[in-house]
Design a protein around this ligand. Structure first.
Ligand code: FAD
Length: 506
């Protein structure tokens, strides 16, 4: 490898960097090298066939690239892993559903590269209001058909939906630095309308408090789903068939490999080398050996929150360093339930409140859960049911053992109280917590122009492509967006317009 010459080095085999690398290798003929510190491809997109996992390797794999840890389980973790409870089950880090199914950015970009995904869309939803479950079949909520709302609430909800859907991306961005709460309160005081939009926004952004959600970024997400012809109950999201979400970064890396590039694992970039304001290459430790690899272009896809651990701060003004260091993260508490038979019929279900300020959280805490094996049967042994549930937690909340305990107890209790047969048919349960589902939470002053730009303004030849750098919306679709933006900036060719239709471009 020492004698190899590369046009581009990508730091990280997650989603953002490999998206850019795949476009540049396949469309621009550039020779791409991906350096990944973990011993596997995936980043935070990890999926597990639990039959193959022991507790130690599961904890290690989840922790290293996905910032996620097991906190509780039934039975205790040791027994759960050694007594065969998890044989035949497969699940993801966190919950992992993909926005807008086949019409979202991730599948659109992978289809452009000749690698479409194997998708299992949600086609029904449930919504709890005052403890009663309302079921929605294939977009039956169209036209504001929410059975618990009176006429006024339906009218207000519909009016706000249509303002979001009709809005131009420029107008949506003008609300980037306004909280969703303020934006909504300027339009309505109706409690059911507020609840509907606040819960929906939590599911979009992984942030509970509407004070902390950027109105602009949330509008862009709702606009993208509706303009794609989908609704929250119908194809607003999907899961992926085994091997699961890890196939997203894997497919991008496959494109790089098929076009003359290389992916090296166990390769930790120690420093991006810069001379006279220009990138010279990287210093990297590969399997314990230090090397220098020269290259004029480096695409960083590690989280920007951690960029100064390998891109020296001295190259940046203090104001930029302070801003990056001040970004806060949106994390989650995710619970998996393995049931001996199906007890939940809907694909996605939303619960407006399971805990709140009175428990020490910063806001009402909402729960969403996915009938994972109902969407993709291969996730559970035949006849059984896998449910994936989550609540949002701010980064500091996710490190508070008392709040994690409250979350775990309430999530279990809600299911026991509202689903006949849940308790009797529960074979096992596991709770995991991550502080980094969205490393730069979609909060006012953390979205749009506030995120570090794809083309680094201070170091020539350095680009950023991750869900925490220049991009809109959240998670995989954000990371793919960032990768397309970076490929556009590196090549000068407008891949954003080539790949993404207007409804998901901005
Ligand atoms: C618990 C959880 C649940 C989630 N749920 C969803 C969901 O439902 N839907 C969805 O779309 N997305 C979800 N996501 C988010 C999704 O996984 C991320 O948005 C996506 O993986 C981001 O890709 P990325 O390339 O920006 O970053 P990452 O996936 O974090 O990839 C960055 C890579 O860079 C590597 N790296 C960092 N520093 C170095 C270095 N110095 N040298 C070498 N390598 C380095 C890391 O090891 C990592 O592999 C979830 C994430 C988590 C953690």
């Amino acid at each position: 490898m020492k004698n190899e010459k590369y046009d581009v080095i990508v730091i990280g085999a997650g989603v953002g960097g490999p998206t850019a690398g795949a476009i540049l290798s396949k469309k621009e003929g550039m020779k791409v090298l991906v350096l990944e510190r973990a011993d596997h491809i995936g980043g935070r997109d990890l999926s597990f066939n639990m039959s193959d996992m022991d507790e130690k390797s599961y904890r290690k794999t989840m922790g290293k690239a996905a910032y996620t840890r097991i906190t509780k389980s039934i039975p205790e973790p040791e027994e759960l892993f050694t007594r065969g409870y998890l044989k035949g089950w497969s699940f993801e880090v966190g919950i992992h559903v993909l926005m807008i199914t086949d019409r979202g950015r991730t599948n659109t970009c992978l289809t452009y590269l000749g690698k479409p995904l194997d998708l299992y869309p949600a086609t029904s939803a449930g919504w709890f209001h005052d403890g009663i479950l309302y079921r929605f079949e294939k977009g039956s909520e169209r036209g504001g058909n929410f059975p618990w709302m009176d006429e006024e609430a339906r009218r207000e909800t519909g009016k706000i939906n249509s303002e979001m859907v009709r809005m131009s991306p420029e107008t949506a961005h003008s609300y980037d630095n306004i909280s969703l709460k303020d934006w909504m309160l300027q339009r309505t005081k109706n409690p059911d309308t507020l609840e509907f939009h606040f819960v929906n926004a939590t599911m979009n952004t992984t942030i509970n408090s509407p004070d902390n959600i950027s109105a602009g970024d949330n509008i862009l997400m709702n606009r993208a789903v509706a303009r794609s012809g989908y609704r929250f109950s119908y194809s607003g999201c999907s899961t992926l068939g085994p091997p699961g979400f890890v196939q997203i970064p894997q497919k991008y890396c496959d494109v790089i490999g098929e076009n003359g590039g290389e992916i090296i694992l166990n390769a930790t970039v120690k420093e991006v080398l810069v001379e006279g304001g220009k990138v010279k290459g990287v210093s990297v430790n590969i399997n314990g050996n230090d090397e220098i690899i020269e290259c004029p272009i480096v695409i960083n896809s590690g989280m920007v929150n951690e960029m100064f651990t390998y891109i020296p701060e001295r190259h940046y003004p203090k104001s930029f360093v302070d801003k990056v260091n001040s970004f806060w993260r949106a994390g989650i508490c995710a619970v998996y339930w393995g049931l001996s038979k199906p007890v939940v019929n809907e694909h996605l279900t939303f619960v407006p409140k399971i805990a709140g300020v009175e428990d020490g959280f910063d806001s009402d805490v909402r729960m969403g859960f996915w009938n994972s094996s109902g969407m993709c049967p291969a996730r559970a042994p035949q006849g059984k049911q896998l449910l994936d549930a989550y609540i949002s937690m701010r980064d500091e909340e996710s490190h508070n053992p008392k709040l994690v305990q409250v979350a775990w107890e309430r999530m279990n209790q809600y299911m026991e109280d509202h689903y006949t047969g849940f308790k009797e048919n529960l074979e096992w349960a596991m709770c995991t917590v991550s502080d980094s589902l969205v490393p730069v939470a979609q909060a006012p002053f953390q979205v749009g122009d506030s995120k570090p730009r794809a083309k680094d303004p201070y170091i020539t030849g350095l680009y950023h492509a991750s869900d925490s750098s220049e991009c809109t919306m959240a998670a995989n679709d954000a990371a793919t967006h960032a990768g397309i933006i970076a490929a556009t900036r590196v090549s000068g060719h407008d891949y954003l317009s080539d790949i993404l239709p207007e409804r998901i471009r901005y």
